[in-house]
Design a protein around this ligand. Structure first.
Ligand code: ATP
Ligand code: MG
Length: 419
């Protein structure tokens, strides 16, 4: 029997070929298969069209020893996956009595007359194993052909996910017995090339280990992600290899590493505030509330967020945050003096432990040669420490705002580590 190692995924549905809907199922399926050591070597999105679908099924089935299809199992005319796959594999369809009576019963229990087309969902290709759908009507199907497997799953993610869960053990038994483990390390405070330069010697070393670790660096403005993966016959060995690699990264990049378990910067900061029993408030000018929005994206943030103030104008900074008008006049609204006064203002007004002040020029206008667009000053004040820093960010308005929020959260993190 072929050991499953190469999978193909077909996402079926014309809506997935429009700009309004995205195929996310294949990402979920890929993650689940990778955990079993099965690589996804091909994937494709195909519309609800008999010929296109048949061609895609043939191609994908040719390439892989496991084909996972999502979508197109519904009762309507454009739901073709079941019929087309049956045709390609030359399996006649016949009505499954148990499925048919289940569908009838579901309609009866709602007191609705069953439209005849719903019985399409009771049609099963010869030799298929039926997978019950706990969250919908379309059953899934498991087919085998010359040692290879075709899995048909419904399109709605809340139906697909539990159904894949039902067969994951069967897939594991048929997989090569390898585990592929992934971890993401998140980094702030350096550019991609700076990070890459420090990490390069590690890549070479990881490649020579008993369980080699592969690394890819992905950078966006304000955050860098290092994606690590390891494959081994033993899940524990793969895991251990990644843990060691993460230790190496920490040794090389120090406090610039803020997350090794997938958590976001706002989650990390939130956890630190909870652990220390501290509460926080932000005084935001150019970020317009983004820092607070991110802090409150985290469930349970009411434990440490009290309130924030968006003070865009100079008058607002004075009225709401007690920033002296003379300080603004003397140093300009975008200055370390004003940012510190904002941080101090929100701390005392909200009676919280940690105050953030952010002021800057998000652009596209408002810059000067001394303070160009992208100049942002972030200040953080705690009972015992106060710090301000001037940044020069690049990019459009939205990116400047994001980088400013990232810098503010990161300054809080670093300051809390020192407390
Ligand atoms: P149903 O019985 O619910 O109709 P189905 O298998 O026919 O099941 P589809 O009609 O193809 O499913 O898709 C239903 C919905 O599921 C789509 O409108 C879409 O929102 C979602 N969906 C389908 N495919 C995907 C996908 N690949 N990624 C994310 N969502 C998807
Ligand atoms: Mg559909």
């Amino acid at each position: 029997m072929t050991r499953l190692s190469r999978a193909a995924i077909l996402a079926v549905g014309s809506e997935l070929l429009t700009p309004t809907r995205m195929d996310t199922n294949s990402l979920f399926v890929t993650d689940q298969l990778n955990r079993l050591g099965i690589d996804v070597i091909f994937k494709c999105v195909v519309g609800d069209d008999r010929e296109e679908l048949a061609r895609a099924v043939r191609t994908a089935f040719d390439l892989a020893d496991l084909l996972v299809c999502s979508g197109g199992l519904g009762p309507t005319d454009d739901d073709l996956t079941r019929e087309v796959v049956a045709e390609v594999l030359r399996r006649p369809l016949s009505e499954d009595a148990e499925l048919a009576s289940g569908i009838r019963a579901r309609f009866a229990s709602r007191g609705v007359l069953m439209p005849a087309i719903n019985l399409r969902q009771a049609m099963v290709p010869a030799g298929a194993r039926v997978l019950a759908n706990k969250n919908g009507t379309a059953p899934g199907l498991w087919l085998e052909e010359e040692g290879r497997i075709v899995l048909l799953l419904p399109g709605p993610p809340r139906e697909l996910k539990p159904m894949l869960g039902m067969v994951i053990e069967s897939l594991r038994e048929r997989a090569g017995g390898f585990s592929l483990v992934r971890r993401v390390v998140r980094i702030t405070g350096r550019t991609e090339s700076q990070a890459e330069q420090s990490l390069q010697p590690l890549y070479a070393e990881w490649g020579r280990r008993t369980v080699p670790v592969a690394a890819t660096i992905l950078a966006a403005l304000g955050q860098i992600e290092l994606h690590l993966s390891a494959r081994s016959a033993s899940h524990a060995d793969a895991d251990a290899a990644l843990i060691q690699a993460i230790d190496d990264v920490r040794a090389s990049l120090g406090l610039d590493v803020y997350s090794v378990d997938g958590s976001s910067l706002e989650q990390v900061v939130g956890n630190m505030l909870v652990e220390r029993g501290l509460r926080i408030g932000a005084a935001e000018s150019c970020t317009g509330g983004l820092v607070t929005s991110r802090l409150t994206d985290v469930p349970g943030s009411s434990r440490y967020v009290d309130r924030s103030i968006v003070a865009y104008s100079n008058a607002a900074k004075t009225e709401l945050l007690d920033v002296p008008a003379e300080v603004i006049a003397a140093h300009g609204a975008v200055s370390e003096e004003v940012a510190l006064a904002m941080a101090s203002g929100i701390r005392s007004r909200a009676r919280v432990d940690v105050g953030i002040g952010v002021t800057g020029i998000a652009g596209p206008s408002g810059g000067s040669s001394e303070k160009p667009v992208g100049t942002v000053v972030v200040a953080v004040q705690t009972p015992s420490l106060a710090r301000a820093r001037t940044f020069r960010f690049i990019g459009e308005r939205e990116l400047v705002k994001f980088q400013a929020s990232q810098a503010a959260l990161d300054m809080v993190r670093r300051l809390l580590l020192e407390l």
